[in-house]
Design a protein. Structure first.
Length: 275
């Protein structure tokens, strides 16, 4: 029987037998495949087989098989990071993100409760964030809240790049004491927000509770995600807000995670998540 290989990662192919392997790219150039110590994997050099590529395996110089991959195979970017700065007459906001971080955060917006929400967002999304914002808080908190959502969304969108290899979809039910919220995310490139959360109190700390929707709207539109947020029930406005932010963090964490079975493919039959 001819040996069979499977695509393990963006540039790693696994073979069922310990063989001496040589490959030939589709343009005829010769490629040597290196067997990883202690495994039966062969690592393909970067840039080989960028389009549909045929690899010929030689096992004991007797058996041969042609393995054709009909999808574009490219290495994943090593770093999903971005930094965005936005300055207007109302606010001055700078945000940097590392989507593959550990949940570290440095946040200063001048709005205590918003800082708290952004810190827990980073922690539960496992996204490292640095958010520095100065705004016209003497007017009200609206401009700063919205613009922080805009710039954080833009940074996430830039860091995602072409969105190759991601899981794309995720749904989370997030309890917070007496409160239960559901957050569903599609990292689709088509921004949309459905917001169904009501707050019994007009403020949490100094922050108007109506501003939470403004932040989620700004984030979803600029991150390029479809976002559904619904609080089923809850009595405490702090708990309701926290369940929504934590739910977003957990859902986004799952949706932007790299799925090794996707390899370097975009998770769409269209081949693009550009919107």
């Amino acid at each position: 029987m001819l040996p069979v290989a499977s695509l393990v990662g963006p540039h790693v192919f696994r073979f069922p037998t310990d063989s001496t392997l040589r490959g030939y790219a589709s343009d005829g150039s010769r490629v040597h495949l290196r067997r990883l110590p202690g495994t039966r994997a062969a690592s393909r050099p970067t840039g080989v087989g960028r389009d549909a590529a045929a690899f010929i395996c030689r096992k004991r110089l007797i058996e041969r098989a042609v393995l054709t991959f009909h999808t574009k195979v490219e290495p994943m970017s090593e770093a999903r990071k971005a930094e965005i700065a936005r300055k207007t007459a109302e606010t001055d906001v700078t945000v940097s993100v590392d989507l593959d971080g550990e949940g570290r955060s440095v946040v200063s917006t001048g709005i205590g409760f918003l800082d708290h929400m952004l810190e827990l967002f980073a922690r539960h999304a496992l996204i490292d964030v640095d958010i520095q914002a100065k705004g016209d808080l003497h007017v009200d908190l609206h401009h700063t809240t919205e613009d922080v959502g805009i710039v954080l969304g833009q940074a996430v969108r830039q860091a995602l790049g072409e969105r190759r290899g991601i899981a794309r979809y995720a749904t989370v039910h997030l309890p917070m004491d007496e409160t239960l919220s559901r957050v569903a995310v599609d990292v689709s490139g088509r921004p949309f927000l459905v917001w169904r959360a009501r707050f019994p109190a007009p403020k949490v700390g100094d922050m108007d509770t109506e501003l939470f929707r403004e932040w989620f709207q700004a984030f979803a539109m600029n991150a390029g995600i479809t976002l559904h947020v619904e609080c089923f029930y809850g009595d405490n406005s702090h708990h309701i807000a926290e369940s929504c932010f934590k739910g977003l963090a957990r859902a986004l964490r799952a949706a932007i995670a790299i799925d090794p079975r996707e390899g370097a493919r975009v998770p769409s039959t269209k081949g693009s998540l550009a919107g």
